[in-house]
Structure formats: structure tokens, C-alpha cells
Ligand binder design. Sequence first.
Ligand code: NAD
Ligand code: USQ
Length: 404
Amino acid sequence: FPQETGEAGSPKKVMVIGGDGYCGWATALHLSNRNYEVAIVDNLVRRLFDHQLGLDSLTPISSIHNRIRCWKSLTGKDIQLHIGDICDFEFLAETFKSFEPDAVVHFGEQRSAPYSMIDRSRAVFTQQNNVIGTLNVLFAIKEYRDECHLVKLGTMGEYGTPNIDIEEGYITITHNGRTDTLPYPKQASSFYHLSKVHDSHNIAFTCKAWGIRATDLNQGVVYGLRTDETAMHDELCNRFDYDGVFGTALNRFCVQAAVGHPLTVYGKGGQTRGYLDIRDTVQCVELAIANPAQRGEFRVFNQFTEQFSVNELAALVTKAGEKLGIEVKTVSVPNPRVEAEEHYYNAKHTKLIELGLKPHLLSDALLDSLLNFAIKYKDRVDPKQIMPSVSWRKIGVKPKTVAV
Ligand code: NAD
Ligand code: USQ
């Protein structure tokens, strides 16, 4: 990794928006450990969603204040904390002016596809929170910190599942004898995934119009619990979602196996996505920060390390369960989503490797340890939260208090 210095040789300052969340917390600690000066910005709305929907992380998590205190007492390193909503521009402007970031890593969005499909108000909230939050970050960079590099978390789901190879952000097309390199077509399939498409367009435009430097990390589905830093103390433990709204495929399957619930394959199970270990999320973000985009450049990286279908994941978890003496069954659940269940999928993901990413591929050992974590915390599992409860087809205007 190149030298982590900002202006005048001082440590590079990184603002981590969404730094209390799953990817953000792991990243904030990793960057702090690597001697970046870190400020977390978060309005803790993710903890509120849990309360509102009656959900909880598999792992017990400390308050953000105790997390940061614990980190300071273990390492002597300070992480600044700014509690507030990035949709509130005055708040965001103050954090920019006081912290003066060299890079902003933006994780701070509503990130669940099912949440965005609960009812009209959640769909509107998701797009308002995500699109306006990102617009405010772009304006704050332009106004107060125009050299600052934006590292924005996007999603592989922006591309959908086209019947051709997926490139990294751009595709060169020859049409009626003329050739151009154009943004890769976007075919997102939830109001959440669409919010990321809208963000990408807004960022691309401001790179062109104002010379913003930005990297869009089109991340695949993240799995895993521990990173070197979050494993240092119980109070640093990361969240781990297994419920039908916020839980993601592989993490959910491990918890389901641990409690003897059949693995919930939606529909035919041929849905193929890119996946990565949370230890690679933190590595990729550090690589993007250490190798910033040029002024005016809108750079897109596909951030995942391996592709799996849902059926393949279920088979891997079944095998890992057998080794631990657990019998794992699979059930085909009627698909609550509208998505292709059998399709071609071949997505490029070479740019982060070229920058030096050393992937942690999904190994038997990792699956064993994930299953063991799930077993360790299995008394905390609420079986009522496992089955999917949000239907893409049934979304309507009637507000729903619980997802069920
Ligand atoms: P998370 O919900 O655990 O964390 C998001 C954090 O952002 C939360 O702490 C939340 O309180 C905060 N936040 C949301 N809106 C905010 C606002 N308006 N102002 C301030 N803070 C706000 O999500 P995560 O799993 O850590 O995902 C982080 C990012 O990575 C998201 O943008 C997500 O779309 C992207 N991503 C996640 C995955 C995954 O598998 N988890 C995969 C691909 C991309
Ligand atoms: N699926 C099942 N069974 C389950 C859960 C999911 O079959 O119990 C299927 C889904 O139908 C889907 C696939 O697994 O086809 C992935 O679903 P997911 O819930 O693991 O992931 P997704 O909704 O796509 O969203 C997650 C994160 C989101 C991120 C995205 C990356 O919540 O923030 O953007 O992964 S990607 O999928 O590459 O777009």
C-alpha cells in the first residue's frame, strides 16, 4: 500500500459515513489500525430499523460510544464520532469543515432490498435517504473539500443479470459503424438497488461537471463476521444479520444450519451473484483510498471475489454442517422477489486484484468457523425472523408496522 499521508505529510483523514454498520464498522477499525485518521459519521438509523421491525443482530453489539472507547483503550487510537443524518446538509457541512477529510467512504445508506419493498413509505424513504444523502456528500465535497476522494459503496445488483458478460462500469459498443465506451446498462430489481443506480448517475455527472474524483465500488454480497480488528475484543464485535429483511444469503444459511432450520432457497436457486468475505471489503476500501481516482474521473470497480448460485451456497453449507455432525436440509421457498432464477452470469472483477487485493476465498475452514459462530450464538436466534416476509409483488401503499 502507498504511504497513508494527506496534506503536508500528516496522516490521511478518512470520513467513514455509515461507520456503525456491518461493513462500515469493520472498515473504520481497519483504517484506524492502518494509521489513517478516522471520523465516523452515522445517525444510527440502522439500530432504529431493528427496533421498529423487532429484529436483532445474532451477535450482541455494543453502543457506538462504547465501541470507540474500547478501541481507544486497546490501541490508544482515537476515532472521532459525529452522530447525525447526512440528509441534513447543515450537519454534514459542519462535519466536513471540522474534520477536513482527504477521503470519504460512503456506506451510509438503507441497504436492504426487502426493506425497500415493505411498503410505499419504505420505498420512498430508501430512495430519499440514499439519493439525497449522496447528493449532499457531493455538494459538501465541491464546496468545502474539492480534492477529497469519494469512495462510494454501490452494488453489483445495479447491473442485474444480463445475458452477456458484465464489465467493470463501462462497455465499448459499436453501433451503426460508430464506437463509444458507455456506462454499462443498469437493470436493478428493487427500489434499494435502483437507489444505487440513481447515485451512480449523480456521481458520474458531478465528476464530469465539477471535477469530483470518485470510485464507485459495486460490491457483491458480503459474508463473514470477524476481521482482525473486530476480533480484538467482545465490545468490538460486529453485527451479524440473519433475519429475512437484513440478513444476506450465506450469513443466513449458516444461522439456519446452526438452529436446524431448513436452508431457505428462494425459487429454483439458480440466482447467481458475486460474493466476498468482509475481510476483503476492508481491504478493497483501503486499496481504493490508497490509490485515489484522478480529478474528474468516475472509476468503477466490481468488488467481489467469487460467484455462487444460491443452490451452490446451500450445498456448501450442507457439507460444512455434515463435518460438524449437523444434518442440514434445504427447502425451496416460493420466491418473494421478482428476479431471474436461472440465468447466465459472468462478471469481471480484475481492477481491485490489479491494485493488489489478496482475496480470502470461501474455504471449508471459513465456513466451519462461521457455522461455529452461529452455533455459539444460537440461543439468540429468533426463529420467527427467518422466513422471508416481504413480497415484491404485494408491496402497496398501506403502511406495515412489522414486515410479516
Ligand atoms: P448497514 O445497514 O449495516 O450500515 C449502514 C450504516 O449507515 C448504518 O449504521 C446506518 O445507521 C447508517 N446510515 C444510513 N443512512 C444514514 C444517513 N442518512 N445518515 C447517516 N448514517 C446513515 O449496511 P452494510 O451492510 O454495512 O452496508 C454498507 C454499504 O455497503 C451500503 O451502502 C450497502 O448498500 C453496501 N453493500 C453492502 C453489502 C452487504 O452484503 N452488506 C453488499 C454490497 C454493498
Ligand atoms: N436468497 C435466497 N434465500 C435467502 C436469501 C436470499 O435464495 O434466504 C437469494 C435472493 O433471492 C437473491 C440472492 O439470494 O437472489 C441474494 O440475496 P441477498 O439477500 O443475499 O442479497 P441482496 O438482496 O442482493 O442484497 C445484499 C445486500 C445489499 C447489496 C447486495 C449486493 O443487502 O446491500 O447491495 O447484497 S448484490 O446482490 O450483488 O447486489
